[in-house]
Write a protein that binds this ligand. Structure first.
Ligand code: CTP
Ligand code: ZN
Length: 156
C-alpha cells in the first residue's frame, strides 16, 4: 500500500490531543467494547470508526477517547473479545506509550457459562470465572465449577 493510501486510512478518524486510542478491535465487537468500558456513560469526547480495513483482522474498529487514561484492570476486561487490541496513550498529540491487553485472572460478566443448569443461566446473577488456562482459554465458573473452553465461549 502506498504511503498516501496508508495516511488516508489513518485519517478516517482524526487525531486527538490527549487520551487513549484503542486500535484493532474486531468490528463486530465495537459496541460490546464500548459497553464493557462504560464509554456510553462518560462525558469525554469519543470518536470511533468501524469496518475499517485491517491487514490483521479483515475489518477492525478503532475508538479514541479524549482525556481518558485507563487502568490496566479496566482495559484488560476487553481481552476476551479484543485479544489483539492495542492502546496508544496520547499526550500533546504524540503517542507516548503503547500497550497491549492482557487476559485477566478473573472475568466478571461478559461471558456465558456453558452449563445449562448453572444458576447464572436461570437467575439474574452476574457470571464470574477464574481463568485457569490461556491457550486455549479455559474459564472455570465460580458457581458451578464447569469449564467453558476456547470455541465454547459465548459473549453475553
Ligand atoms: N493517533 C491519534 N491521535 C494522535 C496520535 C495518534 O489518534 N495525536 C492514533 C493514530 O491514528 C493511530 C494510533 O493512534 O491509529 C497509533 O498511532 P501511531 O503509533 O502514530 O501509528 P502507527 O505507527 O500506525 O501505529 P500502529 O502500527 O501501532 O497502529
Ligand atoms: Zn456456571
Amino acid at each position: 500500500m502506498s504511503d498516501i493510501s496508508k495516511r488516508k486510512l489513518k485519517l478516517k478518524v482524526s487525531a486527538i490531543k490527549e487520551g487513549t486510542v484503542i486500535d484493532h478491535i474486531p468490528a463486530p465487537f465495537l459496541f460490546k467494547v464500548i459497553a464493557i468500558l462504560g464509554l456510553d456513560k462518560i462525558k469525554n469526547q469519543i470518536t470511533f470508526g468501524t469496518n475499517l480495513e485491517s491487514v490483521k483482522l479483515g475489518s477492525k474498529a478503532i475508538i479514541k477517547v479524549s482525556d481518558k487514561f485507563f487502568r490496566n484492570d479496566e482495559i484488560n476486561k476487553i481481552a476476551l473479545i479484543a485479544p489483539h487490541a492495542n492502546l496508544n496513550i496520547i499526550k500533546n498529540y504524540e503517542v507516548v506509550e503503547k500497550k497491549i491487553v492482557e487476559i485477566p485472572n478473573e472475568i466478571k460478566g461478559i461471558v456465558k457459562c456453558i452449563n445449562p443448569q448453572c444458576i447464572t443461566n436461570h437467575e439474574k446473577v452476574t457470571t464470574c470465572f477464574k481463568v485457569v488456562a490461556t491457550n486455549p482459554i479455559s474459564l472455570k465458573c465460580k458457581y458451578c465449577e464447569k469449564l467453558t473452553i476456547g470455541e465454547q465461549i459465548r459473549i453475553q
